[in-house]
Design a protein around this ligand. Structure first.
Ligand code: KG4
Ligand code: ZN
Length: 354
């Protein structure tokens, strides 16, 4: 192994996915292992923080053992550990953070607490045998991060220089998908199930609101859409909801996508930029991908959507973000705490006050 290599173990436990990866200095993923808890949370119709923490404590060390074996490595070959310490469910973050601190001490290597959202924004730079970013893909670019917990638009100028252009004022887009799925009896997590049903439905069958779509800013809102869906579902009654499920899903999904696409287009026009990324679990949505790809083609933009394994919460994106910073000499003290929110310096505030 060359002296210039920098091998990072990434640990992600901010929500309900336990994920661990080893990534080299070029963003190449040498091994990745995940444990999903969807089935357990589905019983409760949503994520139960205590169950998430408990499962992380069961899954994490065996996953670390697995990636080391898969990469054919021993801990002595690692140069650093990157761990999500913010934002997220604090009890879930604690499991990853304490594990990273302990391994850092016992293996005698440094560690760094990483902003989970920075991981999502840098995910396009990951690479493996089946994926790599286009050769000419570089900073700056506009990024739409869409997941169960976040829906925000950023201008990514370079490492550590992320301008927050706008965000949802209430529910995240993934949350809007999940709550709707629950309402119409599709279960949890609902995004992929709504996506599937929508393929067979009529997108114009029901007229859902597109809140803030025409407002001259980059903020979004999905709680009005959720309330409108709730009223409609009540008025239709269970039998009609079931018989028109595909139309309901297609119409509801289109309302979310119309808002996301309108704001993304506004953001890239504002920044006069031709490089755009989608990241976060909702970017797995097939209709959103189709719309975004058509838009990029028509507008002559370079659109990068990392593969789903790097769009959803994963240890590789955390390893990459941590690796780039640790290679610049940034490390965390043993006293670092887990935080439910980002730090004031994590993002350069542009249009939002909070
Ligand atoms: O990034 P992620 O795995 O976890 C966080 O929330 O951070 O995103 C999960 C979210 C869930 O809300 C899920 O319903 C949504 O992504 N999702 C989808 C699809 N697949 C996952 N939403 C719409 N269409 C999909 N195909
Ligand atoms: Zn996430």
């Amino acid at each position: 192994m060359k002296k210039t290599s920098f091998l990072t173990l990434g640990i992600e436990t901010s929500c309900d996915d336990t994920s661990v990866a080893i990534v080299n200095e070029k963003g190449q993923v040498l091994a990745i292992a995940n444990a999903s808890q969807d089935e357990e949370h589905e019983l409760y119709g949503g994520i139960v923080p205590e169950i998430a923490s408990r499962n992380h404590s069961v899954f994490l060390l065996p996953l670390i053992d697995r990636v080391l074996k898969e990469a054919g490595m021993t801990p002595e070959q690692l140069n650093g550990i990157a761990v999500t310490n913010r934002p997220g469910l604090v009890g879930a973050l604690i499991v990853g953070l304490v594990t990273a601190k302990t391994l850092s001490q016992s293996w005698g290597i440094p560690y760094l607490g990483v902003n989970h959202l920075e991981g999502h924004l840098l995910a396009p730079f990951l690479r493996d045998d089946a994926y790599g970013p286009p050769l000419d893909f570089t900073y700056p670019y506009v990024g739409l991060a869409i997941s169960g917990g976040h829906t925000s638009l950023y201008y990514i100028e370079g490492l550590g220089r992320y301008h927050l252009l706008g965000a949802t004022k209430d529910d995240a887009a993934g949350e809007a998908f999940d709550k709707f799925a629950k309402m119409v009896g599709l279960g949890f997590p609902g995004g992929s199930r709504v996506d599937k049903a929508a393929k067979l439905g009529d997108r114009t069958a029901f007229d859902f609101p597109r809140s803030m779509i025409k407002e001259n800013n980059l903020d979004m809102s999905f709680s009005g859409l959720k309330s409108a869906a709730h009223r409609l579902v009540e008025s239709l009654g269970p039998d009609e909801v079931q018989s028109r499920l595909n139309d309901l899903c297609a119409s509801y999904q289109e309302a979310i996508i119309d808002v996301l696409m309108a704001k993304l287009d506004r953001a890239r026009n504002l920044k006069k930029i031709t490089k755009v990324i989608l990241t976060g679990g909702v970017s797995a949505n097939s209709r959103l991908r189709e719309r975004a790809e058509k838009w990029a083609q028509a507008e002559k933009l370079q659109l990068v959507i990392p593969p789903i394994r790097y769009c959803t919460d994963n240890g590789a994106m955390i390893a990459l973000a941590g690796s780039l910073r640790m290679q610049e000499g940034q490390f965390s003290p043993l006293s670092l705490s887990p935080l439910p929110q980002v730090l004031p310096d994590d993002f350069i505030q542009v249009s939002r006050d909070s």
